[in-house]
Ligand binder design. Structure first.
Ligand code: SF4
Length: 232
């Protein structure tokens, strides 16, 4: 039994909920075990989500909703419930996570939550195209970064994987800092997939980028439970 509601008191103060969703539209990233929390049963999904959403107090004015996939995989009833709670608790900003492929449909969510500022987080994992697409199988191709950054305010990077290099990580962080308002860095934790953690690289990263932990716009997740919500 995991924990699906938490409050982040450090940077970017917010409440966070881990909701249940339908399976990710893509579902083939080699490092991803999210599928374990997905379900095809909308009644079950809504039942779990309604209970979790009852915890929201609105005290930070900001809510982050994650669902082991994209906001588009949440049932309509769950989205309605989020909207009603956000309005009644005077939440001003909601963050959702979304897979890059949905970039042309973000307006649907913006329109649905009319009156609330909606922001999107996307997992790019790495700007090294070969590593991202051939090792992580992310299937994320973009033609130009200028366009990419118009869709997403927060990008997630992954560090500490066999096959990644120090140079790649340095470059990823440099590009991310230069182009995006917020960055989430996930240090990879072995999760039963074929992708493996490189302990030496993790050690190097923690030392080399020690200073980045203090950046207001950067969140480093040393463990994927660091936001206080997890299901396992
Ligand atoms: S897009 Fe996200 S949820 Fe879907 S398989 Fe990749 S990492 Fe997992």
């Amino acid at each position: 039994m995991g924990i699906r509601y938490s409050k982040i008191n450090a940077k970017n103060k917010r409440e966070i909920v881990l909701l249940k969703g339908k399976p990710c539209i893509y579902g083939k990233c080699t490092f991803c075990n999210y599928i374990e929390d997905n379900s095809e049963d909308e009644n079950e999904i809504n039942r779990v989500n309604f209970e979790v959403l009852e915890n929201i107090t609105g005290e930070c004015g900001v809510l982050e909703v994650i669902n082991s996939g994209s906001v588009f995989e949440l049932p309509k009833e769950t989205l309605e419930k989020i909207k009603n709670i956000a309005r009644s608790k005077e939440i001003k900003v909601i963050w959702f996570e979304v897979y890059y492929t949905y970039k042309n449909r973000l307006n649907e969510i913006l329109d649905f939550f009319d009156g609330i500022e909606v922001k999107f987080k996307v997992g790019v994992e790495s700007f090294d195209e070969n590593f991202r697409n051939n090792v992580l199988n992310k299937n994320l191709y973009y033609e130009n970064l200028e366009e990419f950054k118009t869709y997403f305010e927060n990008i997630c990077l992954m560090v500490g994987i066999f096959g990644q290099t120090e140079e790649m990580i340095k470059k990823d962080i440099e590009i991310a800092l230069r182009n995006f308002k917020r960055i989430t860095i996930n240090i990879f934790v072995d999760n039963g997939t074929s992708i493996k953690r490189d302990e030496n690289l993790v050690k190097w990263f923690r030392k080399e980028f020690k200073y980045i932990y203090d950046f207001e716009n950067v969140e480093v997740l040393d463990d994927n439970k660091d936001f206080g919500v997890y299901e396992q």
